[in-house]
Design a protein around this ligand. Structure first.
Ligand SMILES: NC(=O)c1ccc[n+]([C@@H]2O[C@H](COP(=O)([O-])OP(=O)(O)OC[C@H]3O[C@@H](n4cnc5c(N)ncnc54)[C@H](OP(=O)(O)O)[C@@H]3O)[C@@H](O)[C@H]2O)c1
Length: 249
């Protein structure tokens, strides 16, 4: 018997990075997992990597309300319910505050906030009482990072969403938490920071390195599962000590 035996989990943005590692983790622990991504090629690659009869891939853009509704219909038809939602799909626009355009704003808010908001809302009819929602936020909601105004604001919004939805869903025994990864080595951080940026980021952490998607997935699995039965409305920071301390020079 493993932690997620027979549980149904939906992971948005499950084709790479933290979402893919979480899919692997939940599958390994017995869950049936539905992953999403924007394109069939990415989904096919993830399906090949995960190589499990318990995984389903659905092309769905979190920035589209129609796609979100279609996704929930597929989950309803295939599984009839959800036990775990990991609202993970996200994008990053990193540039100086003065240069952020209305198009940048809409592009990030549509996915990271509006899309995530309605993903959580539209999952509610499927979520079993006693289920768990984990929202992927970011350490940048706790500490100012130049060039991250837009990104950080969306992440602060979704952490707040976690707390407030937790308050509403308490009576159903559904817990809602967010996870705030620090610097994690993924496609997003490769694109945003490059190799040199990631080396500098590693030096800022007590761990002396950036984190892995698997380390983040372990924290998501903790929040999603029964070990966290008394953890609700919280943000779990997984950052190798980035926020808490200053490394010795
Ligand atoms: N890496 C970090 O340091 C870090 C730190 C804090 C928070 N985070 C958060 O972690 C989450 C995952 O990012 P990652 O670092 O794992 O990066 P990643 O490897 O680039 O993964 C991003 C995932 O989101 C999906 N995605 C992006 N836009 C989407 C959309 N509109 N609709 C559906 N899926 C979409 C991508 O799928 P397709 O490309 O196939 O569509 C991919 O599966 C994000 O919310 C990010 O903000 C990351």
């Amino acid at each position: 018997m493993t932690r997620f035996d027979g549980k149904i989990a939906l992971i948005t943005g499950g084709t790479s990075g933290i979402g893919l590692a979480t899919a692997r983790r939940l599958l390994d622990e017995g869950a049936h997992v539905v992953i999403t991504g924007r394109g069939q090629a990415g989904l096919d690659k993830a399906l090949a990597t995960l190589d499990s009869p318990r995984v389903t891939a659905v092309a769905a853009d979190t920035g589209s309300l129609d796609d979100i509704d279609r996704l929930m219909s597929v989950v309803a038809e295939k599984h009839g319910r959800l036990d775990v939602l990991f609202a993970n799909a996200g994008v990053g626009t990193f540039k100086p505050f003065a240069e952020i355009t209305p198009e940048d704003f809409d592009g990030s808010v549509d996915v990271n906030f509006k899309g995530l908001f309605f993903t959580v809302q539209r999952s509610l009819p499927l979520l079993a009482d006693g289920g768990s929602i984990v929202i992927n936020a970011s350490w940048t909601l706790h500490r100012g990072l130049p060039t991250a105004t837009l990104y950080s604001a969306t992440k602060a919004a979704v952490h707040n969403l976690a707390r407030t939805v937790a308050a509403e869903l308490g009576p159903r025994g559904i817990r809602v938490n967010s996870v705030s990864p620090g610097y994690i080595g993924t496609r997003m951080s490769d694109e945003a920071m490059g190799e040199e940026g990631q080396r500098a980021a590693a030096a800022e952490t007590l761990a002396g390195r950036i984190g892995t998607s698997e380390e983040t997935a372990a924290a998501v699995a903790f929040l999603a599962g029964g070990d966290a039965s008394y953890v609700n409305g919280q943000d779990l920071v997984v950052d190798g000590g980035l926020l808490g301390s200053i490394p010795v020079a």
